[in-house]
Each structure stands twice: as C-alpha cells, then as structure tokens.
Design a protein around this ligand. Structure first.
Ligand code: NAG
Ligand code: NAG
Ligand code: NAG
Ligand code: NAG
Ligand code: NAG
Ligand code: NAG
Ligand code: NAG
Ligand code: NAG
Ligand code: CU
Length: 560
C-alpha cells in the first residue's frame, strides 16, 4: 500500500531531474520527536527528524516540489514558503484558511512552486502556533549561471535565529485565548541554527542535560584572512533581535532577497520574518575564538544571550572565548532601530523604483484591544479571525456567506485618535472581512503604531506580506498625516522587502503593485499577535487564478 503511493513519485523524480530548468524534489515526514535544542527535552515538530528542517537549495527559475507527509497523528499542518511570491501558484502559499485547507494527519500534500528570485528565504508552519513548536527552515536561491552578485566572498554560511519555549504550542495558545488572559511570557532560550543553552541547574530530574550534544553551541568556522557571506534569518515567535559577532563589523548586502546599498554595522537588528546577508572578513587576531551573539531588543530582555562560536582555524571549534558575551545596544533604544530601518536603501545597480503614484492608501492603526474581556490585537478596530473556508476557494468558486462581505476599513479616525494613550474605549470587533484590491493597481499601506492597553507602552511589530515584495517608502515617529507625509516618501531608491517593522509610536509606509492574482495574508509576524487577530487579507485578480487543485479543498464549504 505504502509502496504503491510512493513509487510514482520516485519515477517522476528520476524523469524530471534529467531535464532543463531543474526541479528539486523533497520528501518530508513531519513528526513529533523528543528534542533538546537548548538542553531541555521537549516534544518538537520535526522534518525528517530535525528542527530546523532541511535547507532547500535551488537556483533562480527552478521549481521546488515538497511532498509533505503529516505524521503528527492528531494534528493538522500547513507550511508557508516565506518570501516566495507564488506567481501562478497562489494555492501553494501554505496559509491555512487563506490559500488552503489544513493537511490532515496521515495525509500527504504536495507543494510545488517556482523560485523566481535569488536570495535568502525561509519556510515555516502557518497553522495555529506550530512555528513555535519547531517547524521551520531555510530556502537559499542562487543566481543563474553567469550572473554575479554585487559583492564578493569566499564562502557562504547560514544562521537561522529563533526563540524557544518549553511550554507546548497548545499551552501557549490556550493562555492567549483564555479568560483571564495568559501571556506566553519571554522565551526560555534563544536558538542559533537550533542550538541554545538553558541553565539546567534550575531543573529537577533528567529532562535537562547540559552535556547533550544536541545543545552544543553552533560553530561558524573561518579561515584567517578569508571573507564570508552569512545569511541570517529570523523565525522568532516573539522576539526582535540584535545580532553581532564579537570584535567584527558586518557589511549588510542583502535584505529579504534584494541587494541593498552596503552599510557597515557592528550589530544588526533583525525582526521575525526578515532575512539579511552580511559580509564578514576574518581579519581579527586569529589566536582565539569569538562570540556570535543574539540578544532580545524592544522588549525588556529576560532571556539569556543566545550564542554560537565564531571559530578561527586552527583553534579548537569548541573552545569558548574567555571574554564576556556581547550584549549589544540597549533593548529600548528604538531611535537606533529606526535609524537602521532608514539607512537601508536599494543597491544603486539593482534599483527598481516604485510606481510614482498610488491608487489607494490603506492606513492601518495597530491597537491592543479587548473583546468580551478577551485580549486581542486589532487593525482599524477589527480583530482578524480565520474563516473555515479558505478565501482563495471561497472567492474563486463563488461560495457565498462563508466570510464577512463588508469591506475591511481603509482608515481610522486619525484626526482625533491619540496614539500615545491606551485606547479610551478598547472594545474592538471580530471579523474575517478582507480588502479587495483592483488588479494591477498601486497600493500604499501605512502601518500606524500606538499605545497598547498599558500606559506608556508600544511594541515593535514586524509585518509580513504574502505574495509580494513591497517598496519601503517611509518611516516616521508619531502619527502619520495622510495629507503631508506622502510628499516625503522615498520613491527614488527604497528597498524592496516582504517584511518590515513598525517601531513603537511610529509609522511605516510601503507601496506595492497588486499584480499577483490570488489571496494574500498580511500580518504581524509575531506568532502570538497574529493568533490574537493582528492581520488582514488582500485579494487581487482572483478570477484570473487558474483552476484550483483539489488537494487544497475539503474543509468548510469547499467540496473536492
Ligand atoms: C544556573 O542556575 C543555578 C541555580 O539556579 C545558579 O546558581 C547559577 O548561577 C546559574 N548559572 C548561570 C550560568 O546562570
Ligand atoms: C547527559 O548526556 C550525556 C551525553 O549524551 C550522557 O553521557 C549523560 O549520561 C547524560 N546525563 C544524564 C543525567 O542523563
Ligand atoms: C567597525 O566600524 C567602526 C565604525 O566605522 C570602526 O570605528 C571600528 O574600528 C570597526 N571595527 C572593526 C573591528 O573593524
Ligand atoms: C531603557 O531601559 C533601561 C533599563 O533596562 C533604563 O535604565 C533606561 O532609562 C531606559 N531608557 C529609555 C530611553 O527609556
Ligand atoms: C466594552 O465592552 C464590555 C463588554 O465586553 C462592556 O461591559 C463595556 O461597557 C464596554 N466599554 C465601553 C467603553 O463601551
Ligand atoms: C473602536 O470601537 C469602539 C466601540 O465601537 C469605539 O468606541 C472606538 O472609538 C473605536 N476605536 C477606533 C480606534 O476606531
Ligand atoms: C499592469 O500595469 C503595468 C503598468 O501600468 C502595465 O505595464 C502592465 O501591462 C499591466 N499588467 C496587466 C496584466 O494588466
Ligand atoms: C507615562 O509617562 C508619562 C510621561 O512620560 C508620566 O507622566 C506617567 O507617569 C507615566 N505613566 C505610567 C503609568 O508610567
Ligand atoms: Cu505584533
């Protein structure tokens, strides 16, 4: 029985790998395993036995086919290919409730998509809070033969950063959806390539073992004098990070798959859902090793510094530096975070400026709210909920009454709303309404940050748009003025990204062209914030989408 199911796949594999425009086949078993990434043993969701999962390597223009076997026994899954625009394959975006029904236990689902753009991307679960359970990994897409990058290096290494809780994703999500509210709290540890260090002396019994090889620090080995490209990606569920290599500056050259005008930093701010490439030269005293460190910023850190070892050959890779771990900039220095956001510009030789005018402005106020006592996040007073029938199926197949048909609000009362105070009336409403965009129109989106429910508190939110890269045309402190501020937009050399942060009490503006037929989620990449309603959905040109594959259907009102 199993053989019959697997055989055609392998036949296809040997056939297609011999033809041009390569197709990369991956066969993934998704299963729970006991893992100790920070020395503390916990049930983690693994891919082929590991967390992080295998890295997907491909060349621009290749097709990636991932055959996912859900072996979780009693739990659904969906996997999102973050940064891949899914041009022509909107059903492969992996967003449960938006582009597909969840993959049931025991089922096999095939994702197939073209990686049309070189760069560093990620994949991760997009169902409930499964990302925090360990279901994530990297995608590296290289340029076609003959094309060269605007920077040089001797070799290429990757680091995927994460925060980690010992509580299960179920316990975390139960707290968030309970009365009284139970916040997830700060992470127990920070992971670099799936390795962290929890202090086992505070744990009774045998579930934490400081000498378990699974939690040995990750080692980045370098040869003195050589130059390295480090691809750095963050899949955190909550934390914003500052990343640094003790004693070494880094030149930022790529952000979310786009070349940037090089900037030199001693520490790099990176938010959940972002990827960067930095160039590092192994030009320091080679007689010792150095720390690579990640620290929490924008929330008061309560988690020890996460670290890896930056090992100069031929020193022993595991020889820990005798210096103290670097702490980086102050956690609450939001001015320096905004400075990095504003310093990033398109690389002059790869500048693809945005359309000069936009057809629509969508101004999105980010607030923390209460609905019937439950703590939620909202956008323009609407706290997002996912429908039971995925939008892509509902819209393409004209299934009626499966989500709120009232258009989601384009603005809020920006003239009178005070972003520096908790909302005077915190009562928001639930909705699964969406934004319908005119196909091929140019849309400006402005994220407006505000005070949370607590006095003098505003958080950083990294927002991720599916199906697109957008131009980051502006950032500002305070309240965005739709009359004045668009005049200051950078339409000359803005960077293109798929994820951008909005800093406390500030705004961030971006522009994109609604030219990718499909239905696309746009949400805060903090897993618990999206879970609590911090997201919206954009539809564009859905009737131009080709025939939907039956494998995405079967839930809600969708029939196979
Ligand atoms: C680990 O925890 C123990 C007991 O709680 C404490 O004495 C020790 O200082 C901690 N070690 C570190 C490195 O924090
Ligand atoms: C901890 O892990 C090491 C290495 O795997 C093993 O030798 C040791 O027995 C373990 N200690 C405990 C208490 O399980
Ligand atoms: C890093 O850059 C700063 C500012 O440009 C410079 O002062 C410092 O010397 C550099 N450090 C190293 C190790 O190159
Ligand atoms: C930042 O936080 C520290 C404590 O962690 C505090 O001493 C300092 O005043 C804060 N700075 C600002 C600008 O709020
Ligand atoms: C908000 O809603 C609650 C019911 O959940 C109600 O008791 C309260 O009066 C409302 N607050 C305001 C300011 O209307
Ligand atoms: C949200 O809705 C409540 C209740 O209708 C209202 O009082 C409040 O002003 C609204 N807030 C915003 C930001 O629109
Ligand atoms: C979208 O708009 C651009 C610029 O106006 C135009 O060049 C392109 O042909 C349009 N594409 C479609 C599919 O209408
Ligand atoms: C908030 O900040 C203001 C001004 O900085 C201060 O007057 C007020 O006491 C603070 N409130 C709280 C609850 O910390
Ligand atoms: Cu958020």
């Amino acid at each position: 029985m199993a053989l019959v199911a697997i055989l055609p796949f392998f036949l296809l594999m040997s056939f297609s790998s011999s033809i041009e425009g390569k197709t990369h086949f991956h066969n993934w078993d998704i299963a729970y395993k006991l893992k100790s990434p920070d020395c503390f043993q916990k049930l983690a969701i693994t891919i082929n036995g590991g967390t992080p999962g295998p890295t997907i390597d491909a060349q621009q223009g290749d097709t990636v086919v991932v055959k996912v076997h859900n072996k979780l026994f009693t739990e659904n899954i969906a996997i999102h290919w973050h940064g891949i625009r899914q041009i022509g394959t909107p059903w492969s975006d992996g967003t449960e409730g938006v582009t597909q029904c969840p993959i049931l236990p025991g089922e096999t689902f095939v994702y197939s998509f073209v990686v049309d753009h070189a760069g560093t991307f990620i994949y991760h679960a997009h169902y409930g809070m499964q990302r925090s359970a360990g279901l994530y990994g990297l995608i590296r897409v290289v340029l076609p033969p003959g094309e060269v990058e605007p920077f040089k290096y001797d070799s290429d290494q990757s680091l995927i950063l994460n925060d980690w809780w010992h509580k299960s994703a179920y316990e975390l999500s139960l707290g968030l959806s309970s009365l009284p509210f139970g916040w997830v709290g700060e992470p127990d540890s920070l992971l670099i390539n799936g390795r962290g260090r929890f202090n086992c002396s505070s744990v009774q019994g045998g579930t934490c073992n400081a000498t378990n090889p699974e939690c040995a620090p990750y080692v980045i080995s370098v040869v003195p004098g050589r130059t390295y490209r480090l691809r750095i990606a963050s899949v955190t569920s909550l934390s914003a990070f500052t990343f640094q290599i003790e004693g070494h500056n880094m030149t930022v050259v790529e952000a979310d798959g786009h070349y940037v005008r090089p900037i030199v930093v001693s520490s790099l701010y990176i938010y959940s859902g972002e990827t960067y490439s930095v160039i590092v030269k192994a030009d320091q005293d080679p007689s010792r090793n150095y720390w690579t460190a990640v620290n929490v910023v924008s929330r008061k850190p309560q988690t020890p510094t996460g670290f890896a070892i930056f090992n100069y050959y031929p020193n022993h890779p595991m020889k820990t530096p005798s210096t103290i771990l670097p702490l980086g900039p102050l956690w609450n220095d939001s001015a320096s975070r905004l400075k990095q956001d504003m310093a990033l510009k398109a690389h002059p030789d790869y500048n693809n400026p945005p359309p000069g005018k936009s057809d629509r402005l969508i101004l999105l106020l980010n607030t923390q709210n209460r609905i019937n006592g439950y703590t939620r996040w909202s956008v323009n007073n609407v706290s997002f909920t996912l429908p039971h029938t995925p939008y892509l199926i509902a819209l393409k197949e004209r299934l009626h009454n499966v989500f709120d048909q009232k258009p989601a609000p384009d603005t809020y009362d920006y003239k009178t709303y005070n972003i520096h105070q908790p909302p005077p009336n915190p009562n928001a409403t639930y909705s699964d309404s969406i934004y319908r965009l005119k196909f091929n129109s140019t849309v400006d989106v402005v994220l407006q940050n505000a005070n949370t429910l607590n006095a003098n508190n505003s958080e950083t939110h990294p927002w991720h748009l599916h199906g697109h890269d957008f131009w980051v045309v502006g950032h500002g402190v305070g309240k965005f003025d739709p009359e004045k501020d668009p005049k200051g937009f950078n339409l000359v050399d803005p960077i293109e990204k798929n994820t951008v942060a909005v800093q406390p009490y500030s705004w961030t503006a971006f522009r994109f062209r609604a030219d990718n037929p499909g239905v696309w989620a746009f949400h805060c990449h903090i897993e618990s914030h999206f879970f609590m309603g911090m997201g919206v959905v954009f539809e564009e040109g859905v009737h131009r989408v080709g025939k939907l594959p039956s494998r995405i259907k079967g839930c809600g009102a969708s029939r196979v």
